[in-house]
Design a protein around this ligand. Structure first.
Ligand code: NAD
Length: 305
């Protein structure tokens, strides 16, 4: 069996086109959706995520601003900044890029964000709304995964879904979304015994653990839908050989950047066993940003209702 690749970039561009249209309609009414992205400290990965979010805002017609703060910023200072953003009529979405520098109390910052501007969907009010299937903001990566399943007409109803990982930003909300779509959901984590056996029962397998190629062929039921959320780095030729069969494009990637991206799923083994598979990169990643754009536009629509 050779898995059909699920093209996240394609689905993201379709979603972005819809968002740009909604954004134009708002601008015609005098409202430009605005996103404030707060970046504290000097984490290079965070910097590049925030930059690409701002770039996508500009491309789709949203206003965005990046607020950079030193790593020494205190929790109280950041809470005060969030309060000013909560009060601004031109900012509809507030994103505080995680992880925050260690001394800052991340939960206190999330609680400080107005739930109606919480476009990441991390505020306890939005987590509660999601659990109870009420309207709110759904975290972007899980929402992106559901959009991908919808685009390829891969229904969850009546299927066995296994989610590897129970984090507040991916595993937990995704398990709720699948449950709301009438899947029978199993959530696995670092204390689950015999992870492979649990994973093998899945018609829809989601890997969101942050472990390079941990999901090998023995985790996958033949024909299953496999969604790889993980983003990890591979830096050596030996790893490229083991995971990508020495793919020259991957080796060139390492030559150029010092690494190549890989998910939690072994790409070659999964491609031979799964029915459907997301690539890394180009699978779930682009959908996360597309959903952030959609949530920010939705926040603006709700604000001027
Ligand atoms: P996290 O570290 O917060 O959570 C990891 C989860 O995996 C935990 O619940 C833990 O119990 C579980 N886990 C860890 N090791 C395990 C093991 N050996 N066996 C079973 N379970 C194990 O991570 P996260 O923020 O949920 O992110 C997970 C992965 O998804 C990371 O690689 C991250 O980079 C990636 N990610 C990608 C996107 C995207 O846009 N594609 C967005 C968010 C996160």
């Amino acid at each position: 069996m050779v898995a059909q690749m699920l093209d996240g970039a394609l689905v993201a561009s379709k979603l972005n086109a819809e968002t740009a249209e909604r954004c134009r309609a708002l601008i015609a009414r005098g409202v430009r959706p605005g996103l404030a992205a707060v970046l504290a400290g000097d984490n290079p990965a965070s910097r590049s995520y925030v930059a690409s979010k701002a770039k996508t805002c500009a491309r789709l017609g949203l206003h965005s601003e990046i607020i950079e703060l030193p790593a020494e910023t205190t929790t109280a200072e950041l809470v005060a900044l969030v309060a000013t953003l909560n009060a601004r009529a031109d900012i509809h979405g507030i994103l505080v890029q995680m992880p925050l520098p260690a001394p800052i109390d991340a939960q206190a910052i999330i609680r400080a964000i107005d739930p109606e501007k919480d476009v990441d969907g991390f505020h306890p009010v939005n987590v509660g709304r999601l659990a109870l299937k009420q309207d709110g903001f759904v975290p972007c990566t899980p929402a992106g995964v559901m959009a991908l399943l919808d685009h390829y007409d891969l229904p969850a109803r009546g299927r066995r879904a296994v989610v590897l990982g129970r984090s507040a930003i991916v595993g937990l909300p995704l398990s709720l979304l699948l449950l709301h779509r009438d899947a029978t959901v199993t959530v696995c984590h670092s204390r689950t015994p015999d992870l492979a056996a649990a994973a093998r029962s899945a018609d829809i397998l989601i890997a969101a653990i942050g472990r390079t190629a941990l999901v090998t062929e023995d985790f996958i039921q033949p024909g299953a839908v496999v969604i790889d959320v993980g983003i990890n780095r591979v830096t050596t030729g030996e790893e490229v050989e083991a995971c990508f069969g020495g793919d020259p494009a991957r080796l060139a990637d390492i030559e150029k950047k010092g690494y190549t991206l890989i998910g939690d799923v072994h790409p070659r083994q999964a491609a031979e066993r799964a029915g459907y598979l997301t690539p890394v990169p180009g699978g779930v990643g682009p959908l996360t940003i597309a959903m952030l754009m959609r949530n920010t536009t939705l926040a603006a629509e709700r604000a001027c209702r």
